[in-house]
Every structure is written in C-alpha cells, then in structure tokens.
Design a protein around this ligand. Sequence first.
Ligand SMILES: Cc1cc2nc3c(=O)[nH]c(=O)nc-3n(C[C@H](O)[C@H](O)[C@H](O)COP(=O)(O)O)c2cc1C
Length: 318
Amino acid sequence: MKIEKVHFPGNIFLAPMADVTNIPFRLMCRNYGASMTYSEMISSDAIVYESAKAFERGLSFKDERPFGIQIFGNSPGIMSRAALKIEETYNPDIIDINFGCPSNLLTKDGSGSALLRSPDLIYRITKELCETVSAPVTAKIRVLEDMEKTVQIAGLIETAGACAITVHGRTQQQHYSGKAMHEYAKRIKCEVSIPVIANGDIIDEISARDTLEYTGCDGIMIGRAAMGNPFLFRRISHYLKTGELLEYNECCQRVRDLEKYLRLLQEHGLTHKVNLRSHAQWFTKGIPGGKYIRTGIADAKDIEGIIECARGMYRDAL
Ligand SMILES: Cc1cc2nc3c(=O)[nH]c(=O)nc-3n(C[C@H](O)[C@H](O)[C@H](O)COP(=O)(O)O)c2cc1C
C-alpha cells in the first residue's frame, strides 16, 4: 500500500492509542507485521508552548519506519505551527490529525471528534497543515449519525489536501459501545480517491479479511485487540497472505511477549512512565490461568516479580 510517496510493506496499521502505543509496543507490533505505527496523540498547544513531555511522545526508533505522528487541537494556526515543529524535530513519514477522539478532555475544547460538528474548521485545519509541512498529512475521523454529512467531511478532508483518511465507524456519542459501522468506510471509499483505512472492531483474522472485503478499503487499522497481543499482526498478515490460520500456542506466545515487552520498556528507560501492572495485565487477558497470573502481577513488586509470576505458570511449556 502507498500513501503519497510513502510505501508500506502491507496494509495493516496499528491504531494510535494514548498510554498504549509507546515505542516498545510499536516495535513489537511492527516486528510481527504491522505495516504502519503512530505515536499516541500529541497536543498541538503543548508542542507550540514547549512541553517537553508532549514532545517526547513523538520519539520514534530508527527501525520504526514508516512512522506517523498524530496531533490534536482546535486551531489551524497552532496546529500547523505544531506540525512544523514536529516535522523539524522528528521528521515523521506522516502527520495525522485527530478528528475522532470522543474524550471530554479534548471535546470540551472543541478538539478531536467535536470538530466533526464544524466541517469548515476541519477543512481549514487540514488545508493549513498540508500547506505548512512537507510530510503527507492524513486524518482520522469518527462518523456522524448522518451518512451524507460524514461523506461530505471526508470529501472536504480530501479537497483540503490530505493524502489518506482513516474511518472509525462509531459516532462520538457511542464512545466504544455498539458495533463499528463499516458501511461508512465502504461509502467513503467510493466517494474519495485518496486511500481509505477502515477501523473498528477488527479483532482477528476473519474480521480483518471481512472488513477489507466488505469495505473495499485500502487498509485496516487495529486498536484494542492488539493491546497485550502484538502477535495479532503476525496472525492476520499470515492469514491474508495464505488464507490459512497460523498454528501457535497462544498462552506461551503471550507470556513470552509480555517478557519481551517488559525488557524493551527497561531498554528504553520507560518503566517509570507506564503503569507496569495494567500493561502486564493486558498480556494475560483471555488465556487459561490468566486470572491467577493477574493476581500475582498485582502483588509483584517490580518487573522481575511480574516476569517470574507469568513464567511460573508456564515454566514447563516455555
Ligand atoms: C486506550 C485507547 C487510547 C486511544 N487513543 C487514541 C489516540 O491517541 N488517537 C486516536 O486517533 N485514537 C485513539 N484511540 C482510538 C483507536 O485509535 C481506535 O480508533 C479505536 O480503538 C477503534 O479501533 P478498535 O476497535 O480496533 O479498538 C484510542 C483507543 C483506546 C482504546
């Protein structure tokens, strides 16, 4: 797949997720076959007003290319200044605009999905960014209840110069409830000529294939199902290439990946920046004995304790 001059080795993207998609996690997803990874969303106000913490979120690793940085905000001027600073500092392959986050923290300021009520502002933000930075600009949207209005917004984003659009088929009001309505991505794909990426409720090989087939989209983006489960990208890319389900031992894989993830956090000096226990819990969700491991993880004092607890359960199999 290609967005402007950026080539991707496939069409399965890791979704930007605040407090989840840090460098170690993104590297693991990429090693398992994610074609593209994004930073967590970064506040354009924080970038312009020099918040070191916000800036750090744009850090990527040399092996992590192509890589996208996502920003949010509500002002064309501040957002384009932020995008320019980001470009000069990190040289990302893509700059993505967040028009989808339903969190009150963003919407109360008129950012994220609140912008869907102001198509004109969406147009001006996208246009000014496209005219300011040399990296391709993309946008990620949620949908409105009104399909036609949603299609119009996608059209405005294209006309303003964006090179691709990701469609999460839920409204702002839905947050994460209900089912993603992929009919929006399907319709938008018919109406615009830039690449369209479908997002929402892709959880395994079959939902990945079905979403690609149903929507006709250029790519798919996976969020929550990858949390604690970066190996999902290997499974899905294997299935899309061969039509066969990959055989593997899920419990062992999850425990190994948890250990790898914790070691990478150590390597990148990030152990004090994430909630180790809650991140570790994701890796054991849904596996036999996971509840027992999670209790142990909650009591563990440090990374070694967490690893010891998880390995203890699968010592013979690992
Ligand atoms: C913990 C969490 C953090 C998220 N942070 C972001 C974000 O920073 N930017 C963004 O565009 N979407 C964010 N999202 C939304 C996801 O990118 C994605 O659109 C959504 O989860 C639907 O995809 P899924 O069903 O595959 O999870 C976040 C979602 C979750 C669960």
